[in-house]
Design a protein around this ligand. Structure first.
Ligand code: NAD
Length: 397
């Protein structure tokens, strides 16, 4: 099979530390790179001497479109839509970093353009490729906690993520480049996981946010939201002012619950729900997922495989792209709610959102999940030291 030829637009932190190593491992060839910053272009050349280097996406697309199958957009969000439209106009597939766009109109027009052009638009929703998140998907697929009706998603960061120092390290705090603060930067990861776990798209949101006065930035550093779905509720909180870097997710079903804390997964399955007291069988597992490595290199390998599969199957604006649109819509609805004394915002198209087909990532069955202290049994489950089972009893029902 012919190897796909691609170009990177924006050679910053995530392109260099996350995408590039994944290209080297995947069956995709990187033949060109564009960056508007001269120092970054020099570094791009040093890292990838065989790639042709350009000072912007226009020059790259004009010179290289006929040699390319796709572009990979890794600039800050303010440019995502513009570059995606230029690439689609040139007949190229588009892989795009999150958030796919800054506004709902931009995201929707990208999807419409991809469908018209018959080219794939695929967002970099890499958290769903984290080994620990894949393990959660497997527990849900097996029905071990039953139908999910409530999830909580906490993202704690002790600072905003920094971009490369050669350009604007703190662009995430400047709305004109980022489109917003932590909700715009990290909300996509939070929300597409909630969509997968609750198996539907949200119908309304109420949100609140704040910015520490001393920072002088025009984007929020702390955000919380209550989100209603046809199938249940999600409660999310995100902050760049935490005392630790950590994600904590909880997923609640009719027969039990899952707690994820970075690499740790705890699955609690209820015994007899009418028992007095109700008891839970608790399984704890540690699944190395490199949460502390902000480049998330290993997650990108499997994401690139999904991008390639979408190209092979002509899935031009599939579930991931639809998720990306819903994420952008939700983030902007949250901002509108927060600006209006947290008044509930109803989401457009909510009553047209049917329960989703199983998330595409759940179709990737051969998960290479490696527990830290144990052996895998080939299905991503740890044996021996990796699993720790014990019983918990509730005080009431
Ligand atoms: N999926 C993830 O886990 C993850 C992690 C980090 C960043 N990201 C996303 O990746 C994107 C980039 O983030 P980053 O941390 O790598 O930022 P960065 O600041 O490190 O890199 C951005 C690069 O884009 C270049 N650039 C700026 N404007 C440009 C333009 N108009 N054309 C071409 N190049 C331009 C800059 O010179 C810089 O080299 C953002 O959308 C961010 O949200 C995703």
């Amino acid at each position: 099979m012919r190897r796909l030829q691609g170009a990177l637009i924006g050679f910053g932190f995530i392109a260099e530390k996350g995408h590039l190593p994944a290209y080297q491992a995947a069956s995709l060839d990187l033949i060109a790179i564009a960056d508007t910053n001269a120092a970054r272009r020099e570094l791009a050349h040093a890292a990838f001497p065989n790639a042709r280097i350009y000072d912007g996406h226009e020059a790259l697309i004009a010179a290289e479109a006929r040699n390319l199958d796709f572009v990979d957009i890794a600039t800050p969000p303010y440019m995502h839509a513009k570059i995606a439209h230029a690439a689609l106009d040139a007949g190229l597939h588009v892989l795009c970093e999150k958030p796919m766009a800054v506004t709902t109109d931009e995201a929707r027009s990208m999807i419409e353009h991809a469908l018209r052009a018959k080219r794939v638009l695929f967002p970099s929703h890499n958290y769903k490729h984290a080994p620990v998140i894949r393990a959660v998907a497997k527990v849900l697929d097996e029905g071990r906690i039953g139908k999910v009706h409530h999830v909580t998603l906490d993202t704690f960061r002790n600072t905003h993520a920094r971009g490369v120092k050669e350009w604007r390290e703190s662009w995430r705090r400047e709305k004109k480049f980022s489109g917003g603060g932590i909700a715009m930067d990290h909300g996509s990861h939070t929300f597409y996981l909630a969509f997968d776990w609750l198996q539907s798209y949200p119908t309304s949101i109420t949100a609140k946010m704040s910015t520490a006065a001393e920072t002088g930035y025009d984007t929020e550093d702390t955000f919380s939201a209550h989100i209603q779905f046809p199938t249940g509720t999600a409660v999310a909180q995100l902050t760049w002012r935490a005392g630790i870097r950590k994600v904590i997710y909880t997923i609640h079903g009719e027969k039990g619950a899952i707690r994820v804390e970075d690499d740790d997964v705890e699955v609690s399955v209820m015994g007899d729900p009418n028992g007095k007291p109700v008891t839970w069988k608790v399984t704890e597992e540690k699944i190395a997922s490199d949460w502390m490595d902000a480049s998330h290199t290993i997650w990108f390998r499997s994401l690139f495989e999904r991008f390639q599969a979408a190209i092979d199957t002509h899935d031009y604006a599939g579930k991931d792209a639809q998720d990306a649109l819903r994420c952008v819509e939700l983030i902007n609805a949250a901002y509108a709610s927060a600006a209006d004394q947290s008044r509930e915002r109803v989401l457009s198209g909510s009553d047209a959102a049917p329960p989703l087909a199983p998330p595409s990532v759940r179709n990737v069955r051969n998960i290479n999940v490696k527990p830290v202290n144990g052996r895998t049994n080939g299905n991503g489950h740890a044996n021996g030291n990796g699993v720790n089972e014990h019983k918990k009893a509730s005080l009431g029902s």
